[in-house]
Design a protein around this ligand. Structure first.
Ligand SMILES: *Cc1c(COP(=O)(O)O)cnc(C)c1O
Length: 307
């Protein structure tokens, strides 16, 4: 376990002219050993399910920089389970540092054409995979499942255990891909708080419905606290980087010594910075940013130095 506190308040030293004092960062990037960040939380339920079913092989999907496959390879190896990653792309494209890590953990990588990859959520395709790799448990892309939501409710427990008393009206900010982590937080944080999701995708306007469904499937007809998703901080689209985002990440890291990556966490903190700068958010209201990890993906961006 690390000696750094999990909940880190930012100093008032300004980032590009804006003080971010009042913002604390929950450092999930420091948890989870070889699988830091939110993905290990999401996978706990799948591991438990595999255990109940007596299944020793986990199958899932992702791109060549997928944080989800990276975490699955690590937690699978730790649990003594076989892992198979269906990777979007041709054989010759499977050469990223992420995939090298996954191979090292023993994950078997299977290249999947972009056309086939598009079928990843159809029941027929999932049935076919279940037969092909039987006996196995197929985990949805990004760990987006009721098990995933349940796993993320443990993040609220971590916050409660992080020592500092959390103010009643705190805003919790989290980057959103599938909305599973946000759903887990909304299901478990105190009723007087608010969860604000920052979509990492452009125009993913079905996310709200997906979060509502995830909450229902998880068994919460109503969420524990308020939540919303902001759609204007994707900075060009999924895994895209605008010049402003790039400047922000560089400036933030040089002031606060907390590493970010541009796909998720950089966008979430950039959104907070923008909302404070524009006066949309008052600096008196406490903000907790959930640092969801993903730092292995920095290696895909040569302009980011090794931290
Ligand atoms: C996957 C991921 C997210 C998004 O999580 P969802 O539960 O899919 O919304 C956020 N941050 C990081 C670093 C991730 O890897």
């Amino acid at each position: 376990m690390t000696s750094e506190p999990l909940l880190t308040p930012l100093s008032d030293e300004p980032v590009l002219g804006v003080s971010m004092a009042g913002v604390s960062v929950l450092r999930l990037d420091l948890t989870g050993g070889l699988a830091p960040g939110n993905k290990a939380f999401k996978l706990q339920g799948s591991l438990a399910r595999a255990n109940r079913l007596g299944v020793k092989r986990l199958v899932s999907f992702g791109g060549v920089w997928s944080n989800h496959l990276h975490a699955l390879a690590a937690v699978g190896a730790q649990a003594g389970l076989e892992t198979i990653g269906l990777v979007r792309g041709e054989e010759c494209e499977l050469n990223t540092a992420m995939l090298a890590d996954a191979r090292r953990c023993g994950m078997q990588l299977v290249p999947v054409s972009r056309g086939e990859y598009r079928q990843r959520n159809t029941p027929e395709y999932i049935d076919a995979l279940q037969q092909r790799f039987a006996p196995c448990l197929v985990i949805p892309e990004g760990g987006a499942s009721a098990d995933g939501v349940e796993g993320c409710t443990a993040i609220a427990g971590l916050l409660q255990g992080a020592g500092t008393a959390l103010a009643a009206n705190t805003r919790y900010v989290v980057a959103v891909g599938t909305g599973t982590t946000l759903a887990g937080l909304a299901a478990s944080l105190p009723g007087d708080s608010e969860v604000v999701g920052i979509s990492a995708l452009k125009g993913a306007l079905d996310l709200e419905v997906r979060v509502q469904q995830a909450l229902q499937v998880h068994g919460c007809a109503t969420e524990s606290c308020k939540w919303q998703i902001l759609h204007d901080f994707h900075c060009g689209g999924f895994a895209r980087v605008s010049p402003e985002l790039r400047s922000f990440i560089r400036a933030f890291e040089s002031v606060h010594a907390i590493p970010l990556e541009p796909v998720y966490t950089g966008k979430a903190l950039f959104a907070i910075h923008q909302l404070l700068q524009r006066g949309c958010w008052c600096s008196d209201r406490p903000v907790v940013m959930i640092h969801t990890g993903g730092l292995q993906g920095r290696r895909g961006y040569p302009w980011l130095e090794h931290f």
